[in-house]
Design a protein around this ligand. Sequence first.
Ligand SMILES: Cc1ncc(COP(=O)(O)O)c(C=O)c1O
Length: 390
Amino acid sequence: MEQLPDNIDSPPAILGGPSIRPEGPPAWPLRDPAIEAVLQDLIRTGDWGRYHGSHCQQLAEALAAYHGIEHVELCASGTAAIELALRGLHVSPGSEVILAGYDFKGNFVDVLTMGAVPVLVDIRPDDWQVDVSRIEAAINGSTQAVLVSHLHGGIVDMPRLRELADHHGLPIIEDACQMPGATVHGRRAGLWGDAAVLSFGGSKLLSAGRGGAVLTSRADIAQRIRLYTQRGNAAYPLSEMQAAILVPQLEQLDERNAQRAENAASLIDRLVDVAGLTPLVSTGSDNAPGYYKLGLQYDPDAFASLSRDRFAEAMRAEGIALDPGFRALHAIHSRRRFRAADPLAEASRADDSVLTLHHPVLLGDDGDIRQIVTAIERIRQHAAAIVAAT
Ligand SMILES: Cc1ncc(COP(=O)(O)O)c(C=O)c1O
């Protein structure tokens, strides 16, 4: 095999040098014999085209057993699942739902869809998960729910949040779209919330192109969701075909999560010596995060003032799937649409300094991880030239 051009002195790909991964980032979804077998079976039986069959039920039962939870409502996307969870909790127009100022935009819009007001609280400076210590001050007589997401390999302090929510009689929606199968303070992700949400979107760890699910142990929530979605016809359906290809992925999830975690740990270890990029690390022996994205805090001062977005572009030119994180919710919505419970200083900082590494490379080997660090150092070496060329 040709020697990889991973000498940090050669010009970066963004300035015309040879790319460190000329083949680009690893593809997702993976080519998987288990999925090919399912697809062939769907063709043979004609199940791919049916309204009803055994696959949705099989997936719902497998998810229920995997999580040890009573009710699983399958649906069309993670975004739809958040909306359904809010409906299941009976969030009413004019009420308030608390969420982090740095979160998935769809979660914010789902709250608006209910006619409710998103109330934004800041995130923690160390791991950029919602700062649970700020939530109490945001609660008032209109608060009807708290919606939190585990983001970019970080883990929300769920025991503390559960205690606070119970104290105030508030339900929690736990968004586990980015880490299905993770362990969150000793429980499987999703089991701290009154309702939890999964996504089966095309880039996700469990992929069906589209799809989602609400998990809950509360019969009243499941019942309200079914009343809303079942209209003589399913209004937010996951198809039989989607369900069928998710079943083998769920069976492989723990093994793949372990492999991703091992590679993430090796990258995090190497980044200790890398100036300007600090990984979001979840500490605690009772946590085993999942890695849909591995979040990094970017400091342009360590890269000759190269902007975060240009750095991400330069990494992508090297074949590394690194992207800017979410926009902070208060930065992209009119003030009329939300209430800011505090100044959201950390969410503003996250808005222009989060980078996320996409997960497929975390199923690679040590060489793949080494290439990420080589690409970073090559870009640092040439950062001033990249700035000058911008
Ligand atoms: C934290 C979080 N919540 C919800 C979603 C929505 O999932 P979907 O794309 O299936 O609508 C995403 C998607 O990336 C997400 O990252």
